[in-house]
Write a protein that binds this ligand. Structure first.
Ligand SMILES: Nc1nc2c(ncn2[C@@H]2O[C@H](COP(=O)(O)OP(=O)(O)OP(=O)(O)O)[C@@H](O)[C@H]2O)c(=O)[nH]1
Ligand SMILES: [Mg+2]
Length: 382
């Protein structure tokens, strides 16, 4: 089977062109607005499949011009192969997420769903979002025919963005309410990036604006852990203490009321170890002035993320802070978790560099990561 796309200013023109060239046997597999990278070829794309056994792409091209070298032939073959694969991918995506499973969905709608699903937004949430976007569009264009508005990809995309925006909140904040000093504790599973993120925050929100900062470590599980933070504190020239008990932690906070920002580092706790941290969890959950943020790796699978978030509920974290965005290409799990828990997203960490690789979350940023930014930088965060 060969897949071929035709582009024109209207679907009818593209169809006519395809029929002229391929004849009546060719099968229409899709029609849609052209993707951004192909709009210069025409506003609409129709994709046809034709049975052409002799066309198996691995065999050498039969009509290669006599003067073209092996390099040209090879690149032509590779280009053919790529085209064919791209066509297959589209057909498969469409059959997995498209009208067969979702009768009546327009190409625009199933494309929207396919994009969310490809970003690993959970199937239920993706469906709710796409349906929500459709009804927004319906309300905004009550006078127009539904097919007309559905077909307009730009309007649909705007509705999709609005719908995505309504599913989570961004709160790049430190501290609880107006409490002074602002106290932030980072909790989370082992190796999620708590200590390095804490240092990034201390530099960007403390030192950079000359706010007096104190770093506290409640990580007494491993000697090396507190030493890691002690070294950072020495380099930054800020106060540092290791506290063995919650009573000592409370006292350290009391003695440092003059500071503007206090960061508390905590031990990485696996699900099995969480029981042993009851004292710390109770302390952080009940202090009215401590903002506890749960630090999670964005490269975790959605189901594992949910399990971890649920197991840290004893700490009653206020916000979710995602790290390691540079280690994944699928950002749906961040949205899944924010939508499921209703907890705001605070900061994203996207690399190991201190203090650069940290950003305040904005709704636009997460939506761009999920839908892909117009310039094609979609899957990169660095
Ligand atoms: N690629 C990447 N690596 C990161 C990021 N954040 C942290 N890391 C790395 O992950 C490793 C663990 O980081 P830590 O900050 O020590 O993690 P932690 O949560 O404090 O670890 P424990 O205290 O052992 O639980 C280090 O090698 C960091 O450099 C990130 O956003 N991207
Ligand atoms: Mg640590």
């Amino acid at each position: 089977m060969r897949i071929k796309s035709y582009y024109a200013q209207s679907i009818e023109d593209a169809m006519a062109q395809a029929r002229r060239e391929l004849g009546p046997e060719a099968m229409l597999v899709n029609s849609r607005k052209s993707p951004p990278e192909a709009v210069h070829l025409g506003a609409y794309e129709v994709v046809f499949a034709i049975d052409a056994p002799g066309d198996a792409s691995i065999s050498p091209p039969r009509d290669t011009a006599a003067n073209s070298g092996p390099g040209d032939r090879l690149s032509a073959e590779v280009a053919d192969l790529k085209k064919e694969l791209e066509g297959m991918r589209r057909v498969l995506t469409r059959s997995a997420f498209g009208p067969a499973q979702w009768p009546g969905a327009s190409p625009t709608v199933s494309d929207g769903y396919a994009t969310l699903a490809a970003a690993e937004v959970s199937p239920e949430l993706a469906r709710e979002i796409v349906e929500g976007a459709e009804s927004r569009l319906g309300e905004a264009h009550a006078g127009q025919s539904r097919n007309q508005t559905r077909r307009d990809g730009t309007l649909f995309e705007r509705a999709l963005v609005e719908e995505l925006e309504s599913r989570f909140t961004a709160q790049p904040l430190l501290g609880k309410g107006d409490a002074k000093p602002r106290i932030v504790a980072l909790v989370g599973p082992p190796g999620s990036g708590k200590t390095t993120t804490l240092v990034k925050l201390a530099v960007n929100y403390g030192l950079a604006s000359r706010r007096p900062v104190l770093l506290l470590s409640a990580d007494t599980y491993r000697v090396a852990a507190a030493e890691q933070l002690r070294s950072y504190a020495a380099i930054l020239g800020v106060g540092f203490q290791v506290l063995e008990t919650t009573t000592a932690l409370a006292q350290a906070i009391e003695e440092n009321r003059g500071k503007e920002l206090i960061f508390i580092d905590t031990p990485g706790l696996s699900t099995g170890e969480l029981g042993e941290s009851g004292g710390l969890a109770r302390f952080l959950a009940t202090r009215p002035d401590v903002d506890t943020q749960l630090v999670l790796s964005a490269s975790m699978k959605s189901a594992d993320l949910s399990r971890v978030v649920d197991s840290f509920q004893a700490f009653q974290p206020q916000r979710l802070l995602f790290t390691k965005l540079d280690e994944t290409g699928s950002f749906g799990p961040i949205l899944n978790e924010a939508a499921r828990t209703g907890k705001p997203l605070s900061f994203f960490s996207h690399g190991q560099r201190i203090p650069e690789d940290l950003e305040a979350v904005t709704p636009r940023r997460l939506i761009e990561l999920i839908l892909g930014s117009p310039s094609g930088r979609s899957r990169s965060v660095a």
